[in-house]
Design a protein around this ligand. Structure first.
Ligand code: BEZ
Ligand code: FE
Length: 286
């Protein structure tokens, strides 16, 4: 095909994909090309703007490495991560809702026994978390793998802290025979997503802030049930209605109850204020 012009270019590209062996791949790329071309036509993209887009993506690639995933961050702030999460987690009423995974999970966090302190030296006011993992009919799910991770009082995950060479404020626990779990950690605080790179500058240009409301991440895995990736958000946080990555669901907001110094739920006597959080998770069957 020759003499392709602005009216025929879209069809010309799609025609080249007709022979793709993987039909799902072909369908996804067909839609992507159609939407991309429609966008270029819609905004009448200039050459300078096109090049600025290329420069932005190049910078996003350059800052991405083993510890930092700027492309996921871009997907997060554009609402794509939450859209994919919502589309792929339609569940019956009563199940705990899913939300974004985020870039700070690690697959090899330390394992802890119920009741342990997962903070492992992370800074923050003590918090005692307890709840149950249940199925939709209320049955406790025993031996569910419960992965938790969170930022410290300054809003940093362990993997963001130079010089911290052991995992902190994260861990893997297993629910008891009745589905119950409890552990000690630190108070969740709101924090800005990494904003010293291209995504941060994009937010600034768009007049947006980079903050996420305080939350505690959970990933729960149990045979016979669908894996749940979610957070519990802290009631009262000022960013609940403007989360930089659009992850807040009302059903995931809970009270971190503050207690004066004294006897904590694990029986220890604390000289500082502490908090308790109760939250139950309901999993869908596979
Ligand atoms: C997080 O909650 O850890 C997170 C999610 C999306 C972007 C950045 C951080
Ligand atoms: Fe987080």
């Amino acid at each position: 095909m020759r003499n392709i012009d602005e009216d025929t270019i879209t069809q010309a590209v799609l025609a080249r994909h007709a022979g793709a062996a993987d039909t799902r791949m072909r369908d996804v790329m067909t839609s992507l090309v159609q939407h991309l071309h429609a966008f270029v036509r819609d905004v009448k993209l200039t050459k300078t703007e096109w090049f600025e887009g290329i420069r932005f993506l190049t910078e996003t690639g350059h800052i991405t490495d083993e510890r930092r995933q700027e492309f996921i961050l871009l997907s997060d702030v554009l609402g794509v991560s939450m859209l994919v999460t919502a589309l792929n987690n339609r569940k019956p009423e009563g199940c705990t809702e899913a939300t974004v995974f985020g870039p700070f999970h690690v697959p090899d966090a330390p394992e802890y026994a119920l009741g342990d302190d997962v903070a492992n030296g992370a800074r923050g006011e003590p918090t005692f978390v307890r709840g149950h993992v249940r199925g939709l009919t209320g049955e406790g799910i025993p031996d569910a793998e419960i992965q938790v991770w969170q930022a410290d009082q300054d809003g940093f995950y362990d993997v963001q802290l130079p010089g911290v060479d052991q995992y902190q404020a994260r861990g893997i626990l297993r629910s008891a025979a009745d589905g119950g779990f409890h552990f000690r950690s630190i108070l969740a605080e709101s924090y800005p997503i990494p904003h010293d790179g291209p995504v941060g500058r994009l937010l600034e240009q768009l007049g947006r802030h980079p903050w996420r409301p305080a939350h505690l991440h959970f990933m729960i895995i149990a045979p016979g049930y669908r894996q749940l990736i979610t957070h519990v958000f802290r009631q009262g946080d000022r960013y609940l209605d403007s989360d930089a990555v659009f992850g807040v669901r009302s059903s995931l907001i809970a009270d971190w109850i503050r207690h004066e110094p004294g006897i904590a739920p694990d029986g220890s006597t604390l000289a500082e204020p502490f908090h308790t959080l109760d939250f139950d998770f309901v999993l869908d069957r596979t």
